[in-house]
Design a protein around this ligand. Structure first.
Ligand SMILES: Cc1cc2nc3c(=O)[nH]c(=O)nc-3n(C[C@H](O)[C@H](O)[C@H](O)COP(=O)(O)OP(=O)(O)OC[C@H]3O[C@@H](n4cnc5c(N)ncnc54)[C@H](O)[C@@H]3O)c2cc1C
Length: 467
């Protein structure tokens, strides 16, 4: 069962659309995108899931609609789309089209945001943004480090140094969407003057011939088209491939990568959760139990299940749209000019950081839990591939574990709430003195002497090295 052959979508209706957040232009774009989903993205979602192939055709279709550079400034021929707009785009692709494509689009747009943030005056970046839609240049954000897991802001296996030709950059990523398929990569490393402070980060742009990807190796529970995989970089690149300047990485994360990623996570995973409701609704409103003369949807327990699912979705969506609207209000409608005027401006991170992480948590939770309920509501038919719910259930699980995982996010927000933003020790730099003293207190005299000798020897070595 594919698409919606009679032209009318079978899912939740307009009564549950928070359309008041969208401009007339955005509503029009959504209608065009839904049609593209019906004719291209959705059939490819089914095919790419079955064959585990990369949905390049879907990305070409999105490029034709000028969506690859959607978030980039109008000055580069892009749409200059705002936060509400990209939220709607990600949600629409995931709900009506293809979750794996939505995730590819998400990682691509996060990377576009990192570029747009520091584009002004960098001819290489400006040229890439200008050509992105016309040449269908798909990018990705290659951040997660093999040694630090989902703590993607902590690149242990990386380094950069200044060389005559520009930069020599080394980086290993454990996971990267579109690995081996992307035309360009934005990646983060420790800075050229790295001295042990992992908060000193730099961002670089690479093209596909400078990167060792892992095309065709993705073998996972769901998101088959996503083709996430390791990436290795050991390349010398021209000087203008640094995005911003050495040491600009932490600000890039706080002000651009994190807020845009969290909004797009919310869009993609709210879309997946909604998609499960839509598909299940199509089934339960048709399937009848003749002995009672009732459809599955007529059972009060099923209505209760759908009611709860819809409200979970509405809560997460309203949260995300309200946040996106607030971000638009703080950034002159998602304009990058703010940063071209004042590169240190922090309209997003100074007020909205904690709100952004919560948007990811809520959407990933909605997408993780509700499709399971829909599967239960559909019975044995839901378990079968042709209903599409089985694919959506598998795809839906990725959000919770994607960085920052919902466990990490909950802990982050809990700590922030309890002790304030200053308590978040992103790079594990703060000494927990009460714990340290407590542990030392357990040592006998000999144990204490051993520690004192060790520390004294370390200090001596450091002193000699300094001389
Ligand atoms: C489909 C998909 C696409 C992806 N695409 C990209 C991409 O394009 N770019 C990219 O950079 N990354 C990408 N990732 C990586 C992703 O964002 C995470 O970094 C990755 O899923 C983390 O997996 P891990 O096995 O390293 O988990 P780990 O970080 O090892 O976590 C394992 C478990 O420990 C828990 N945990 C970790 N820290 C704490 C803590 N402090 N307190 C409590 N619990 C904790 C986690 O919640 C989890 O349950 C992708 C992942 C997936 C699944």
């Amino acid at each position: 069962m594919t698409g919606w052959e009679d032209g009318k979508y079978y899912g939740l209706g307009a009564d549950f659309e928070p359309d008041w957040f969208l401009s007339e232009e955005q509503r029009q774009l959504r209608a065009e995108l839904i049609e593209l989903c019906r004719t291209v993205l959705r059939p490819n979602a089914i095919e790419c899931d079955r064959t585990k192939t990369y949905p390049r055709a879907n990305l070409e279709a999105l490029a034709k609609l000028r969506l690859l550079a959607a978030i980039a400034p109008k000055a580069y021929g892009a749409r200059g789309e705002n936060h509400v707009g990209i939220l709607m785009i990600a949600e629409t692709i995931a709900r009506y089209g293809c979750p794996a494509t939505a995730l590819i689009y998400m990682m691509h747009t996060v990377a576009v945001a990192a570029l747009a943030y520091r584009a002004k005056g960098n001819k290489e970046i400006e040229s890439l943004l200008r050509r992105m839609d016309s040449e269908c240049l798909v990018g990705t954000a290659s951040y997660t480090d093999p040694e630090t897991g989902g703590h993607f802001w902590y690149p242990k296996m990386s380094g950069a140094k200044r060389v005559e030709e520009g930069w020599h950059v080394y980086k290993k990523s454990a996971w990267t969407t579109s690995s081996g398929y992307a035309d360009w990569y934005v990646s983060q490393t420790t800075s050229p003057d790295f001295d042990g402070n992992y908060g000193n980060l730099s961002v670089f742009l690479f093209y596909k011939d400078e990167v060792k990807g892992s095309a065709g190796k993705w073998d996972a529970m769901g998101m088959h088209g996503n083709q996430s995989g390791p990436v290795e970089i050991d390349a010398t690149i021209p000087a203008d491939r640094i995005v911003g300047w050495p040491g600009d990485g932490a600000l890039s994360n706080d002000e651009t990568v994190d807020p845009v990623a969290m909004i797009l996570y919310a869009g993609a995973y709210n879309g997946i959760g909604l998609s499960s409701i839509d598909v299940a609704m199509r089934h339960v409103t048709k399937k009848a139990h003749v002995q009672y003369g009732r459809r599955v949807a007529d059972y009060p327990t099923i209505q209760d299940t759908f009611g709860r699912a819809i409200m979970e979705g509405s809560a997460s969506r309203l949260y995300a749209y309200a946040l996106a609207q607030a971000l638009d209000g703080a950034t002159e409608g998602g304009s990058w000019d703010i940063y071209y005027r004042d590169p240190k401006a922090t309209p997003r991170s100074s007020k909205f950081a904690a709100w952004c992480f919560q948007a990811k948590f809520l959407a990933a939770k909605f997408a993780y839990e509700v499709p399971d309920k829909m599967l239960q509501a559909c019975g044995g038919r839901g378990y079968m591939r042709d209903l599409e719910l089985e694919r959506i259930v598998r795809d839906s699980k990725a959000g919770w574990i994607m960085a920052p995982s919902n466990e990490v996010t909950a802990q982050l927000i809990g700590k922030w709430g309890l002790f304030g933003a200053g308590a978040i020790d992103w790079w594990n730099q703060r000494v927990d003195e009460p714990v340290l003293m407590n542990e030392l207190g357990k040592l006998d005299d000999e144990g204490r002497r051993r520690i004192i000798d060790k520390l004294t020897s370390e200090l001596e070595t450091k002193k000699v090295a300094a001389e």
